[in-house]
Design a binder for this molecule. Structure first.
Ligand code: ADP
Ligand code: MG
Length: 330
């Protein structure tokens, strides 16, 4: 018979490690000005994977989410050009496509980095669906520009032909707009949590997740919409009981008076201070706004700490020497 102490060692639950959710911007794979090639994506995936190792070395269980704006835009353009020759896939399927190939290169580069450091972890990408409410007001007023830029004439013709809503996008041309409903539930949250708790690195919620609704028969169906990746990351982080939410973007801090002469980097901010700064309009809608909103809802639902910074500052920021830190109840 097995000695009791040995048996206990086997059945005793391991003390849970803290889970960190790290959200990468879609531009992390393709910075402004870089060519939109596969090589660019791969090189950036390798760089960001190397930076992620600091979280593994600090003994976090790790879940990575990412944006897909530029990538789903390219797919929409390909789909559009090939419309007469290949059947067109709906937007939810294109989001799923980007989760697949971006997950593939992140898996590859994370595994390469782990091997170089003799770290023994598995990496998996979860095709992640996110339930949205079919009564979400976003479905009545699409606001999120997606895909390629068009002339007004071309956009009007496309709108007529495909039933698209279109909009003039900040002086840069005309684009299709789609609804951006609020994420309600990450359908695969439990599998993401289980895998992370076993020490596996999980890539999930790519592009904000694949939007699905429940129809009047309570069946799931995909919808032509996109979900904000920051809001989904915040929701996922609280659903799986993450301790830390890191939002990696292309600026080292969140700032007050951003872009003005009196701009000032934020060091540490409490949940109450964040609320005040939001009400003063410091965080632009569609960019920094949803990041701070995601952090607020994470802290409200039991999250302890959140961080906004860029890849280059991540390591220093984790030591408390960089980035913008948000803390909930102490
Ligand atoms: P991501 O792909 O990481 O989501 P976004 O472009 O959506 O990137 O958001 C990051 C951008 O937010 C920054 O490049 C900056 O231009 C903008 N921004 C707006 N308000 C602020 C602010 N208060 N502090 C810092 N950046 C801000
Ligand atoms: Mg963004």
């Amino acid at each position: 018979m097995r000695p009791t102490s040995d048996f206990q060692a086997i059945v005793a639950p391991q003390p849970a490690k803290p889970i960190a959710v790290v959200a990468m911007g879609g531009h992390a794979f393709m910075r402004t000005g870089q060519p939109a090639t596969f090589d660019t994506h791969l090189k950036n995936a390798a760089e960001i994977s190397a930076r992620m190792m600091t979280l593994i070395e600090r003994d976090y269980d790790l879940v990575i989410t990412h944006g897909n704006g530029p990538q789903v835009g390219m797919l929409m353009q390909q789909t559009d050009i090939a419309r007469d020759q290949v059947p067109t896939m709906p937007l939810d399927v294109l989001v799923a496509d980007t989760q697949g190939w971006l997950g593939h290169i992140m898996q590859q580069e994370m595994l390469n980095q782990l091997r170089r450091r003799n770290l023994n972890r598995f990496v998996v990408t979860m095709v992640t669906q996110v339930e949205v409410d079919k009564r979400d007001p976003a479905f009545l007023a699409p606001t999120k520009p997606v895909g390629r830029f068009m002339s007004e004439q071309e956009a009007r013709a496309a709108a007529e032909q495909h039933g698209w809503e279109i909009v003039e996008d900040s002086g840069r041309g005309w684009r299709r707009v789609v609804p951006s409903p609020r994420p309600q539930r990450v359908v695969q949250w439990r599998m993401i949590q289980d895998s992370a708790r076993h020490g596996h690195i999980v890539i999930a919620g790519g592009g904000g997740g694949i939007p699905i609704i429940k129809n009047s028969y309570d069946d799931y169906v995909g919808v032509e919409a996109v979900i904000d990746k920051d809001l989904t990351s915040g929701l996922l982080a609280s659903s799986i009981g993450a301790e830390l939410l890191v939002i990696l973007t292309d600026v080292p801090h969140a700032y007050v008076n951003y872009g003005k002469p009196n701009q000032q980097a934020l060091g540490a901010v409490t949940a109450e201070e964040a609320e005040k700064l939001v009400s003063q309009g410091h965080f632009a809608p569609g960019s920094m706004g949803p990041k701070v909103q995601a952090i607020q809802s994470f802290l409200k639902r039991g999250g302890r700490r959140a961080l906004i910074t860029d890849g280059a500052s991540l390591e220093l920021a984790l030591e408390g020497r960089g980035g913008t830190h948000f803390v909930g109840r102490l």
